[in-house]
Design a protein around this ligand. Structure first.
Ligand code: DGL
Length: 271
């Protein structure tokens, strides 16, 4: 049993989808979250920058004494997981493989859509993970550069016109391909799943990459004997390199009541 916190990190508020799931699955765990909103989006950056950023973010949490890291960011997982594993001494898990496995298990017609950031789409990581999980899937992948900036700037409401326009464009290829399963391969995207579900209809299963990463993290902690031993509810502390007020507003929308804890501002790290 290990009462040290789990470290969870992302380019911004997207990783809260993983925190929300972790808090439901393992309510007694302590969590340290880092959202790099001051430097988001990551998905439009070149790979070498994403790799340097991933090392900085993982060092920040590792130095605070976490027992494991959950890379709650498809962009860092697909472009820099090896850098993170090399950079820290604690176990590291991500979102790509668990969510690809969930999508492969969920599809009935074998047609899976993947929405991700531009850098994730370019990496091909989801295509490889889906092929490893189940041969002969037809995968339609789309890079969606507008969604993270819209969500980070508070345009995540289901009836937001700018969000609606962007989703109409990104979802058209998914509808045309007849996917029955849509993998939200950027952890920000489940935050707008109502707007996505309304467009895709009830016949399409949405896979939440943050939640799947959290489920895998919970399994791995249990297997490694690293679950927390305390009886009381765990505490969560949030660090953001963006504005603390904006983070508080967004986290109040996305986390369960009582999920939000203290929010601490940090200066963005220099590249
Ligand atoms: N939540 C991050 C992801 O899963 C967003 C990356 C970005 O900032 O573009 O990819």
């Amino acid at each position: 049993l290990d009462n040290r916190p789990i470290g969870v990190f992302d380019s911004g508020v997207g990783g809260l989808t993983a925190v929300r799931a972790l808090q439901r699955l393992l309510p007694s765990e302590n969590i340290l979250y880092f959202g790099d909103s001051g430097r988001a989006p990551y998905g439009c950056r070149p790979v070498d920058e994403i790799r340097r950023i991933a090392r900085q973010d993982s060092s920040f949490l590792a130095e605070k004494g976490v027992k494991a890291l959950l890379v709650a960011c498809g962009t860092m997982d697909s472009n820099a997981l090896g850098d993170i594993v090399e950079n820290v001494t604690v176990p590291v898990g991500g979102v790509v493989r668990p969510s690809a496995e969930a999508a492969a298990a969920a599809t009935r017609n074998g047609r899976v859509g993947v929405l991700a950031t531009a850098a994730t789409a370019r990496s091909g990581a989801f295509g490889r993970a889906l092929a490893a999980a189940r041969a002969s899937l037809t995968v339609t992948a789309e890079g969606c550069p507008l969604l993270v900036p819209l969500i980070e700037s508070g345009h995540g409401a289901a009836d937001d016109p700018a969000l609606g326009e962007a989703l109409d464009e990104y979802l058209a290829p998914m509808q045309a391909a007849g996917v029955d399963t849509l993998l939200l391969g950027c952890t920000h995207f489940p935050l707008v799943s109502d707007a996505i579900a309304a467009r895709m209809g009830p016949g399409v299963t949405l896979i939440d990459s943050g939640a799947e990463g959290a489920r895998a993290c919970a399994r791995n902690l249990a297997e490694a004997g690293l679950l927390c031993g305390q009886e009381r509810r765990g505490s969560s502390i949030y660090y953001t390199s963006g504005g603390t007020d904006a983070f508080a507003r967004l986290s109040a929308l996305f986390l369960d009541a009582g999920g939000a804890g203290p929010i601490r501002g940090v200066e963005p790290f220099r590249l």
